[in-house]
Write a protein that binds this ligand. Structure first.
Ligand SMILES: C[S@@+](CC[C@H](N)C(=O)[O-])C[C@H]1O[C@@H](n2cnc3c(N)ncnc32)[C@H](O)[C@@H]1O
Length: 493
């Protein structure tokens, strides 16, 4: 009995959720309704009660189909068979489904399905995928123009490797309207505990996707979500873990969380388009006879910065060790050496690079203010955060965090927070995975990331943070970071 239930994935949707889903797909003029995995018919029951659309239902298990036929009191065309192998002559206005959820490796017909889907839907779903993904792809191909589809399924695919193909498919289709993450206190199935989401799709060219979290059935049925994040299709990436697109990003168990945007904005560093030309060391400047005015100090590479506070003596040290620590700004050229260097750049073709050829003149350097806090774009285990006391500019290896209305003291407190494991954990949720343990952030990922509301820190705690900051600045003592972490964590409970 248990095996049979598991084999067909017979878990039944809670009535309140089922009613909500049916209402979400019904729309004016809808004439046809499909449930591809009907079970005992909770969706068809609401569809029949709420509309006079013609209802079709599919069920693979003959015993279940028989039970449905006996219990069902509404006109429903029931097809006993495998939905994935049905060829419907018509398309549908509404499709609602709680698909079977089985690991694809255990499905006997998996090779046949894969082949079929490659051919018919031009989608190559990997071997470690899940049956529900196949259901979804097929249903989307069966929607009439402006037809609506609603699926409830575990949200695992949003974050796993196998989910990538379906995410790519959803982005190509432009049909995804909203993903609702159901928080675990919402009962989804009668007897299965799982973390689920509801997908709402419509056969239209959509520009935006909403990522929303429902904390209660009332929030869901009233469509009054406390947490709504909207993204343009172009902002969504299939390879990213999509759970991070939800505003809460899993940090709902923390109190006093706000977005980094509450305090400021993260922006990329200066892009030159030809670092080989623009980035210079002191000996190179001297050899070429370049003027001081045309060469501004700048951080070129992240590995040059080993310390977590950049001070003037540190910059001097790096300059004296002949690192590339300057940026050539041709618009400030005044000596023969400067002009000769510009001519040299043109001879080498640097003026024809993608970025330089669109600048006037080509050797102009982007005008960006130095950022007080720098965050490394690419990271492995830890996100590199640096306090820029020296006010030095930086290239794109670092993003800059610009705080609004922050004095030096608050900037130091902000920096102390960012280097704690707590802050790193929250920022990490917004990362993009590049593979082999390498993560990266776009500036917007960091601006939208969660963080502790630092306005809540008491004066006594600020005093303690100041003391630790001084210690870190002087070379960091063991235990400094742990002390900071403990201090900030007191505010998130
Ligand atoms: C998760 S249950 C959902 C049942 C019902 N729609 C509900 O929400 O309560 C999935 C149902 O799909 C049926 N099923 C499993 N594989 C199927 C397939 N390939 N084609 C059609 N139905 C299938 C199962 O027997 C089961 O009744």
């Amino acid at each position: 009995m248990v095996d049979h239930k598991k084999k067909y994935s017979q878990f039944f949707t809670d009535p309140a959720l089922a009613e909500y889903m049916v209402k979400e797909v019904l729309h004016e003029g809808a004439k046809t309704f499909l449930d591809p995995a009907v079970g005992m018919g909770i969706f068809t029951k609401y569809a029949a009660a709420l509309t006079d659309a013609e209802i079709t239902a599919c069920e693979i298990d003959p015993g279940m189909a028989e039970r449905f036929r006996e219990d069902n009191r509404y006109p429903v065309r029931v097809i006993t068979g495998d939905y994935l192998e049905q060829d419907f002559p018509e398309k549908f206005d509404c499709i609602v489904c709680n698909p079977p959820y089985s690991k694809f490796q255990v499905i006997e017909k998996r090779d046949r399905y894969r082949e079929n889907f490659r051919e018919r839907y031009s989608v190559n779903i990997g071997g470690y995928s899940n049956l529900c993904v196949y259901f979804l792809v097929k249903s989307l191909s069966e929607l009439n123009r402006r037809g609506r589809c609603c699926y409830i399924m575990p949200y695992e695919f949003l974050n796993t490797g196998y989910g990538r193909e379906i995410k790519e498919y959803l982005l190509r289709s432009k049909m995804l309207v909203r993903i609702i993450k159901l928080n675990c206190n919402i009962k989804v199935f009668d007897d299965a505990v799982t973390t689920s989401c509801i997908l709402l799709l419509e056969n239209e060219n959509h520009d935006e996707v909403e990522f929303v979290t429902a904390d209660s059935v009332e929030e869901l049925t009233g469509n009054s979500f406390s947490n709504v994040m909207k993204y343009r299709y172009s902002e969504l990436e299939p390879k990213r873990k999509w759970l991070s697109y939800f505003g809460d990003a899993g940090s709902s168990h923390y109190d006093n969380i706000v977005k980094v945007s509450a305090f400021g904005k993260v922006s990329r560093g200066i892009a030159t388009g030809a670092n080989e030309f623009f980035a210079l060391s002191l000996p190179e400047i001297q050899t070429r006879g370049l003027s001081e005015d045309a060469c501004m100090p700048c951080i070129i590479k992240t590995p040059d910065i080993k310390q977590c506070v950049i001070t003037d003596p540190l910059i001097r040290e790096l300059v004296e060790s002949n690192r590339k620590m300057f940026l050539f700004d041709g618009t400030k050229a005044r000596t023969e050496g400067d002009f000769a260097y510009i001519r040299y750049g043109e001879e080498q073709g640097y003026h024809m690079r993608y970025l330089t050829r669109n600048r006037k003149p080509w050797y102009t350097i982007e005008n960006k203010a130095a950022a007080p806090i720098l965050i490394s774009v690419f990271n492995r285990d830890k996100i590199k955060v640096v306090r820029n006391e020296a006010g030095i500019k930086n290239l794109t290896a670092f993003h800059g965090l610009y705080l609004k209305d922050a004095d030096e003291d608050f900037t130091n407190i902000f920096f102390c927070y960012l280097i704690t494991p707590l802050a790193q954990e929250l920022l990490h949720r917004s990362r993009r995975e590049c593979g082999e343990g390498l993560d990266m952030f776009e500036p917007g990922d960091l601006t939208r990331a969660d963080m502790l509301d630092l306005r809540l820190i008491s004066e006594a705690d600020r005093e303690e943070i100041r003391t630790i900051y001084r210690s870190i600045r002087a070379g960091k003592k063991p235990g400094d970071i742990e002390k900071l972490d403990g201090l900030f964590r007191r505010y998130i409970k």
